[in-house]
Design a protein around this ligand. Structure first.
Ligand SMILES: [Zn+2]
Ligand SMILES: [Zn+2]
Length: 402
């Protein structure tokens, strides 16, 4: 076990774009924006995430501060009140390292071989393209995925369009991208401190090649908290569609939370009637990958007895906050669930029964409240900087401002 002094993570957000909006039902849309993150503590910030999200407007984002408090701490550290000042504080939290044996005595391997046969069929839209309808724009876009090995990396090329119908919402409208995701052929846990993922840009991608964005929407609020009406967004209209995502800058469709659409199968249900009903009896297969190459699973997995159990996050809203300030409004509480501050942990998965480090999408936290950060918030492995899109043609570069 290694002790990390994790404390406050300060993040410099940068440009913000957002969508307009209307909104509606489930996970909603939002706008995102690109940003840079910089941490003042041990949790490092990722290089400028190239892409950002969303919407329509842009604005300068204030510095955000993420506070991580040790589980048994009696004092909750307040977020840095002055965004212009460096964050302070922090209490140590204990994070298991890659070689920490499981409680049952087994050990967890730290590498995954994506060329192994078990991983060959996880990609959707790979062998045949899928035409998906944009329910906002009334048009259709093509879902297509191609994979190849380039040196020590596994490269996924996609159009960034899901294999299910979707809503662009006010960020309208999604257009096919030239997405290129690069992950190591053999993901390995880093010996360095966790690297912060983008707040509003791509932090991961799905098995259909669609971007998964950080938790914040364009103006800086928590996109999911907004969708569930924890606060009123008075800075810019933002909305998530029925699939927990929307179109952002450059027409890049992206998810903000796992609304079940990414588990959708064409023959089983009409997307228009889709609801947040991830069946607890269904054990998640891999749904995507974080930019460090470690797999992401949904919110249900098998426990050691073979039963399906919900996996929850370890973040909690700071008393009196509602998500309006994005990640600044949350605090990490180590024993709130069995997920770490990056929303991952070690354990067995359908593809790697012997166990590996992996991330989860989370719908709720250990209290049954919001599942912030919904997807990976930081990386335990090494991230290929090629993923911090610089963009070319529609990728990553915010669209011209109106
Ligand atoms: Zn967004
Ligand atoms: Zn798990």
């Amino acid at each position: 076990m290694r002790v990390l002094l994790l404390g406050v993570i300060s993040i410099m957000a940068i440009t913000v774009l957002s969508c307009t909006d209307d909104s509606l039902s489930l996970p909603g849309a939002e706008s995102t924006q690109a940003n840079d993150l910089q941490s003042t503590a041990d949790l490092q910030t990722s290089p400028p995430a190239g892409t950002n999200d969303s919407g329509n407007d842009t604005a300068l984002e204030p510095t955000a501060t993420l506070v991580i408090v040790p589980p048994n701490s009696t004092t909750v550290v307040s977020p840095n009140p002055d965004p212009t000042q460096p964050a302070t504080t922090v209490s140590p939290i204990v994070i298991p390292d890659a070689t920490t044996p499981a409680s049952d005595g087994s050990s967890y391997p730290t590498k995954i071989l994506y060329l192994d046969e078990v991983w060959a069929n996880i990609w959707l839209c790979k062998d045949s393209t899928v035409e998906s309808a944009d329910l906002t724009a009334s048009g259709t876009q093509i879902c297509s995925v191609l994979t190849e090995v380039v040196g020590d990396n596994f490269v996924i090329n996609s159009t960034g369009i899901p294999n299910h119908d979707f809503e662009s919402t006010p960020g309208c409208c999604a257009i096919e991208q030239n997405q290129v995701w690069t992950i190591p052929l053999e993901p390995e846990l880093s010996n360095a401190e966790p690297v912060m993922a983008s707040e509003r840009g791509a932090v991961a991608f799905t098995v259909t090649g669609v971007a998964i964005y950080g938790p914040e929407e364009g103006p800086g609020g928590d996109a999911v908290a907004l969708e569930y009406e924890y606060f009123v967004e008075d800075r810019q209209a933002v909305d998530l569609g029925i699939c927990g995502g929307h179109a952002g800058p450059g027409g890049e469709y992206h998810y903000h939370y796992d609304s079940n659409c990414m588990h959708w199968h064409e023959d089983s249900q009409d997307i228009a009637g889709y609801t947040l009903d991830i069946a607890s009896s269904v054990i998640s297969k891999v749904i995507g990958f974080a930019l460090d190459g470690f797999p992401i699973y949904s919110s249900y997995e098998q426990d050691q007895s073979g039963n399906s159990v919900e996996v929850t996050s370890s973040y909690r809203l700071i008393s009196g906050e509602n998500g309006y300030n994005g990640i600044d409004d949350y605090v990490y509480v180590e024993d709130l669930s069995n997920l770490d501050e990056c929303n991952g942990h070690f354990g067995s998965t359908p593809e790697i029964p012997e166990g590996t480090y992996h991330y989860h999408s989370t719908l709720t936290n250990g209290d049954g409240d919001l599942g912030f950060p919904y997807f990976p918030l930081c990386y335990k492995g090494t991230v290929n900087e090629d993923n911090y899109r610089s963009t070319d043609l529609g990728r990553g570069v915010p669209p011209p401002r109106p």
